[in-house]
Design a protein around this ligand. Sequence first.
Ligand code: GDP
Length: 492
Amino acid sequence: MRDGATIAAISTAVSSAGIGIVRMSGPEAFFIADRIYRSKGDKKLSEQRSHTIHYGYIMDQEVTVDEVLVMLMRGPHSYTGEDTVEINCHGGVYVVKRILEILIENGARPAEPGEFTKRAFLNGRLDLSQAEAVGDLIAAQNQYALQSSVSQLKGSIKNEINDIRNKIIYHTAFIETALDDPEHISVDGYGEELRGVVEKMSARIGRLLESFNNGRLMKEGIRTVILGRPNAGKSSLMNILLGEDRAIVTDIAGTTRDVLEEHLNLSGISLNIMDTAGIRETKDIVERIGVDRAKEQAQQADLILYVIDSSKDLDENDREIFRLIQGKKAIILLNKSDLSMKVTKEIVRKAYVSLNVVSDINLSKNEGNIANSNKSDNNENGKNAFILPIIEVSARSLRGIDELEDNLKKMFFAGNLSFNNEIYITNVRHKNELSGALEALERVKESIDAGMPEDFYSIDLMDAYEKLGNITGETMGEDLVNEIFSKFCMGK
Ligand code: GDP
């Protein structure tokens, strides 16, 4: 995986900007910098101290290319762990590209995406979970995603995983030693002791796995789908939430034929809002496709905003939507409440109950309290006993919009995400490895319960050890490491 080359790349976005940074890392970095840098005192960068900044010019032979500041960091005290030179130049597209070309003409090789971070990983500066956190930090779209990636970058996942792995290796070593030396080390009663240890480890892994749902919502945003009959005011409401005119609003039913997706930041949470074609029975083929797609989106949504035109009676199409939102987190919006309302909260409740979807008691008890609704999503009959807020709104008078926003904030993370001691798993890869490790630990417990010989325990313990090691990158194959870093952006 290591080729010993000195690599270079533009590390800032390539567009007109005040400053651009071209970064170079590897054994030749300081010498290449010497060849292309001039300053008043004719100093040689390779003779300067680490962590110093130097003012001067980048030269293309005898032609001055730019006036720059050059930052020097000697390995191992640099991001990559290697000698690193960062050239702060002017941020014009041509000038940064030209400086990169000059570095390459003088012996550097263009870096691949993520190669600086890959070197940091290979040189032991970061473990894989931290390296992935760097990618997440760059991609963070909101406050929570940012906080979560910073906590992972500081090593929150690494520390937890390493602690569990250390316990596993201790017990595996004990088993091996005891089996080698049965005369001196007794394994009587050890199974019971190990069972307790394994249970504790499983609980820790279980907690990490449980954090994944919130972790995913933080990182990717809440998939929010707006459903409702044509002309209920879906596009109008979406525009209000976004504060801009994106979706087309018209009086002709069926104008939103495809799914529009927009991103909204609300108190540090991202909502990925999808406006959909209105749900109605239709013979128009294009509209039909839109309706089917809306239904598909609804299946995958984390949240459904169901918009009802309260100035018109409910009909069969509403029944269809009631069925769609079964078992989902949803908010019912009685829109057009500025007009005379034919549909009230009470009517919605009755209609819902008449579908036999949810009992009357649950609806009235839970309305308006949607925080912590995860656990009550399904009652024992598989019907949704979830909490279903109904809010009177108007896209015209803006009535109820604040209430809607408040509900949205409370609905997820119960309104109080904290990062004090919690670790959030945000990466599917980590989740899969954790699930694998948990299964392996389950097998250890089964072996203990079945009274199997001790060497059976260590096989599955080592399996869990390896799966957890894949998260930190300790037991990871080269191909996978390459694949992970290839997803990074250029210059990182
Ligand atoms: P969609 O088909 O559900 O996306 O509905 P639109 O957002 O395109 O709205 C359909 C029509 O209803 C438009 O003429 C809107 O101006 C109108 N409309 C939307 N919301 C309200 C509202 O709260 N009050 C009133 N009076 N009209 C509304």
